[in-house]
Design a protein around this ligand. Structure first.
Ligand SMILES: *[C@@H]1O[C@H](CO)[C@@H](O)[C@H](O)[C@H]1NC(C)=O
Ligand SMILES: *[C@@H]1O[C@H](CO)[C@@H](O)[C@H](O)[C@H]1NC(C)=O
Ligand SMILES: *[C@@H]1O[C@H](CO)[C@@H](O)[C@H](O)[C@H]1NC(C)=O
Ligand SMILES: *[C@@H]1O[C@H](CO)[C@@H](O)[C@H](O)[C@H]1NC(C)=O
Ligand SMILES: *[C@@H]1O[C@H](CO)[C@@H](O)[C@H](O)[C@H]1NC(C)=O
Ligand SMILES: *[C@@H]1O[C@H](CO)[C@@H](O)[C@H](O)[C@H]1NC(C)=O
Ligand SMILES: *[C@@H]1O[C@H](CO)[C@@H](O)[C@H](O)[C@H]1NC(C)=O
Ligand SMILES: *[C@@H]1O[C@H](CO)[C@@H](O)[C@H](O)[C@H]1NC(C)=O
Ligand SMILES: *[C@@H]1O[C@H](CO)[C@@H](O)[C@H](O)[C@H]1NC(C)=O
Ligand SMILES: *[C@@H]1O[C@H](CO)[C@@H](O)[C@H](O)[C@H]1NC(C)=O
Ligand SMILES: *[C@@H]1O[C@H](CO)[C@@H](O)[C@H](O)[C@H]1NC(C)=O
Ligand SMILES: *[C@@H]1O[C@H](CO)[C@@H](O)[C@H](O)[C@H]1NC(C)=O
Length: 443
């Protein structure tokens, strides 16, 4: 499988580099114009977890999104050709007409390279931009979240997305060397998933340790104090969401975390944590009040009562699937590709408007982190909104005073979500298929 993939993408890269028509993603939503730069850091103090042998350092790939005030944008390549090629051969394109040409043609409007970072607004409560770390799903490149992350950054955040060689299907090092993912990524065990989540949490701490020495100087116009690494937030998709919980558990600089539909792993599940707000954002069939496999396999119900003395949310996004929490729907919509209903990727797409779904994620993600950084639960986070009927407040514990010593017991669930069981409950066979999918997609 991996060999096939490799041959295919090498072929594709050699034949098709260059000459394609660009297909642009929509413009940015927030008040700032986001800029992006990429860089690499090497952590010699930790072995790369999925490398073929011991003693290979971790090579981290970083995408840094930061707010600017420019009003010009340039159509920027969505991802490197190697990633476009890999995705066209991999799960994302499986069963739908997502071609290498199409994936390579994608662009996203961003501030021109070298645009200076904006100064925080004079009326802001902070003088250094808040930082959010982001970790992608298992095997996925950080590029699969470029649109979502630039939208979040446009609301006034420096977003640092990171991934490591071997723990991602294809990774292009700064010197051009292409590293293929560990072949076990196609069928990961719980032990390996846990190893990945724990490694990513270490990576998050490593990045925070090195932000001022190795990252801020790369951002044009950034004085050393332009970003604040004293207190940061972390979020992630799938195993990246699990990594956010592990990182909160391990590093007190991370003061809030958000998990996009990831099964939680490691000691944090039993031990929980205190004083750090947390948001679990799942798909519609994962109510806390359901005892089905989706809520038990994710360990969410285990960790939930163990998150104490801080506000916490269990939200569900109606008409979503696991990969709604990535750019996949927007990629398909931008390329004019519709799923035919039977493929793996089709199982990851719904008929929801991709821009609407992205906006819902951006709106709730930024409202959550604003609550974290200001210490004040934002209005939007207090209950279901008429403007966002698709966002269900399945369970929530606001408990605002708990930071000062409350006891963290649950509030009454706000507006229980109607359980919309799609794959489950329509017969054992389909349930089993979904479970099989679950093991593939939920890490
Ligand atoms: C960070 O920068 C210092 C000084 O330039 C350099 O010696 C070090 O190797 C860099 N660290 C990483 C992880 O890139
Ligand atoms: C894949 O990762 C595992 C560790 O989880 C390692 O033992 C194995 O050697 C790696 N396989 C390859 C082909 O690199
Ligand atoms: C930005 O917009 C302002 C007002 O619309 C205009 O005067 C200015 O020329 C624009 N700047 C750039 C760099 O395009
Ligand atoms: C839908 O995609 C699957 C998976 O590639 C394929 O086997 C099937 O023939 C397609 N169905 C239609 C109606 O195109
Ligand atoms: C698949 O998409 C390409 C453009 O990306 C188009 O040229 C081709 O006709 C499409 N094939 C089918 C079967 O729709
Ligand atoms: C960005 O700035 C650097 C240093 O000032 C310069 O070398 C580089 O050419 C600039 N890049 C672009 C795309 O303008
Ligand atoms: C700061 O000013 C801007 C524009 O004047 C306004 O939109 C924003 O709501 C203000 N923010 C705060 C925190 O007052
Ligand atoms: C950085 O964040 C910390 C904690 O939120 C805050 O106390 C500090 O004032 C911030 N620093 C700047 C320069 O904004
Ligand atoms: C490319 O960079 C990696 C990581 O620093 C290093 O291990 C490798 O030897 C380099 N390859 C070449 C061809 O320079
Ligand atoms: C995945 O691994 C498990 C055990 O590690 C094995 O039972 C299963 O057949 C594998 N599935 C695939 C699709 O390779
Ligand atoms: C978390 O979930 C996995 C998969 O269901 C399970 O194997 C593991 O034991 C759970 N961990 C804890 C700490 O409950
Ligand atoms: C914890 O909160 C519950 C519900 O508000 C309350 O009944 C209980 O007395 C509190 N316990 C302590 C120790 O404060």
């Amino acid at each position: 499988m991996q060999k096939l993939r490799k041959t295919a993408w090498l072929l594709a890269v050699s034949q098709c580099r260059g000459a394609v028509l660009a297909t642009s993603m929509p413009s940015t939503l927030g008040p700032f114009s986001p800029a992006m730069l990429t860089t690499q850091l090497i952590d010699y103090s930790h072995d790369a977890p999925f490398a073929p042998s011991d003693g290979i350092p971790r090579v981290l790939g970083l995408s840094i999104f930061y707010p600017t005030t420019t009003n010009t944008t340039v159509a920027t390549s969505y991802w490197p050709p190697e990633n476009a090629a890999e995705e066209s051969e991999g799960d994302i394109a499986s069963g739908v007409n997502i071609t290498y040409q199409g994936l390579l043609s994608l662009t996203v409007p961003l501030a021109p390279p070298n645009t200076s970072i904006a100064a925080p607004p004079a009326n802001a409560s902070f003088s250094s931009w808040p930082v959010l770390l982001f970790s992608p799903a298992f095997g996925e490149a950080r590029f699969l979240y470029t649109s979502l992350l630039r939208q979040i950054s446009s609301n006034g955040y420096v977003v640092i997305a990171f991934e490591t060689a071997y723990d991602t299907n294809v990774f292009v090092q700064a010197n051009g060397t292409v590293v293929e993912g560990n072949s076990t990524l196609d069928n990961v065990s719980t032990e390996q998933a846990t190893l990945s989540a724990e490694a990513r949490a270490e990576d998050a701490s490593f990045i925070l340790d090195h932000t001022h020495e190795n990252i801020t100087w790369l951002i044009p116009g950034c004085k050393d104090t332009c970003v604040n690494t004293t207190n940061v937030g972390m979020f992630g998709h799938s195993i990246g969401g699990a990594a956010s919980a592990v990182a909160i558990f391990a590093d007190s600089r991370i003061i809030g975390g958000l998990n996009y539909d990831g099964a939680l792993l490691g000691p944090v599940v039993q031990k929980g944590f205190t004083h750090r707000p947390f948001l679990i954002f799942g798909t519609q069939n994962q109510s806390r009040h359901d005892t089905g496999p989706l809520t038990t396999l994710t360990n969410w119900t285990t960790v939930w009562p163990r998150i104490k003395e801080a506000p916490k949310w269990w939200l569900l996004l109606n008409n979503s699937r696991h990969y709604t929490f990535s750019d996949l729907p927007l990629i398909a919509q931008t390329l004019g590709v519709k799923p035919n209903g039977t493929s793996v990727v089709a199982a990851q797409l719904t008929d929801a408007d991709a821009q609407r779904s992205e906006k819902a994620l951006v709106t709730y993600t930024t409202a959550f982190f604003k609550s974290v950084f200001t210490g004040k639960v934002q209005k939007l986070m207090k209950g279901r909104s008429k403007k966002w009927p698709e966002v269900v407040f399945d369970s929530v514990s606001l408990n605002e005073k708990s930071k000062n010593g409350g006891n963290g017991t649950d509030a009454q669930p706000v507006n229980n979500g109607v359980l919309e069981i799609q794959a489950l409950g329509v017969g054992k066979a389909i349930g089993m298929v979904f479970l099989a999918l679950f093991t593939v997609w939920y890490v």
